[in-house]
Design a binder for this molecule. Sequence first.
Ligand code: CMC
Length: 423
Amino acid sequence: MISIVNFDINGCSYKLPVVYGTNYYEKAINISKLRENTGFITFDPGLKNTGITKSSISFIDGEKGELLYRGYPIEQIISKCTFIETSYLLLNGELPNTAQLKSFSENINKFNSISQEIYKILDKIPMSYHPMGILSSLTCLLPTAYTKNSIKEKDMYFNLLAKLPILAALTYRKKVGLPISYSDYEDLNYNLDYTSNLLKMFFSVPKKYYKRNTILTDALDKLLILHADHEQNCSTTTVRLLGSVHANLFSSVSAGISALWGRLHGGANQAVIEMLENILKSGGNIKKWVERAKDKKDSFRLMGFGHRIYKNFDPRARIVKKVAENVLSELGITDPILELAKELEEVVLKEPYFMEKKLYPNIDFYSGIIYQAMGIPKDMFTVMFALGRLPGWMAHWKEMRLNQEPIGRPRQIYIGYKKRNIH
Ligand code: CMC
């Protein structure tokens, strides 16, 4: 293993140290003193070759199609853990024992309320506004209720785990015209687990007994786990960048929600269903849409395919596909969108264009089908992604603070006018 990289610039020799990850094949040239010593910076649009931190939270082997949370394969986490155990793992580094899990859940429950002021603001927001904009704005406003009595750092994590689902549920209820009472979230049955509570907050109807649906609860818990963390993706990097300037956790997460909204990131789950519906509406001619995706002159891309890191199957996509099939078959739903999605996947995987570029279905390809079966509206799919990604964002914010990382402030190569005067 080499520890130093030697290079020459204009006849001068320089040495740069090499940094290794847990797996020896993960290696980086440490350029932190490059400009100071040589006058050069690196140029890497899209940060495709740039490691911005050392992290021990999650790991993707994009070539093998492998994802680990704190060292545990995602397949094991899915079969042995709940979302709340996974959140504990991401935030604290180890899985909880029974007492730790109990105390973690109780601490979350302590913050199961939002202030009257936030509630009044929500009431004034027109429901034609996108739920991701609403979630991001309200998340940013949450700490204002604490300005007089500043909130302890450890409580901020519990606070967000408790309050984000409430904001999402209230947005949903207002959107679909279900009554919202100030005490909706206070009525929670503390014997219910986190994900059952989440579904109850969304779908319970006053004066009617809310019957817990185990198939949907299990499916949603799995989706939340699969979304919980994913290395230095765009929204997580956004959260870390905000944390680096000591923005508070609430505004950092709010910025993460806004980043996630983008169609090339979390917003792809909404875009996938819209695309599949369009394909169906226009006669179901898959070949025609695949040809469009291959055409460089056409801006259309097959949503739900491709990933910056995975150059093999996204392991999350395999699991989501199985969950989607189980949910629909157990609920006795025949969804032509699922059949179309499977057909499209089959065609795409045999297409040389997609094979050469190593474009496989990603997590967003099948997740919308499950949300749809639950009765979640399309424009709230990415909200569900945000609820899942929350513990990951917070774990990265915490790690960045513990490492005392410097302000994230990239450089640029300026190509505008040279200095000039106004005449
Ligand atoms: N359909 C058609 N062509 C594609 C697609 C696609 N979905 N994805 C990538 N390509 C082509 C792209 O045109 C480029 O071709 P060329 O080399 O000839 O210019 C090549 O593949 C590499 O693409 P890229 O955009 O340079 O790769 P990237 O790593 O910057 O982008 C991506 C990754 C996910 C943004 C991209 O694959 C994409 O736009 N996919 C569709 C949106 C989507 O499903 N996003 C969800 C990602 S997973 C959930 C999450 O983490 O947020």
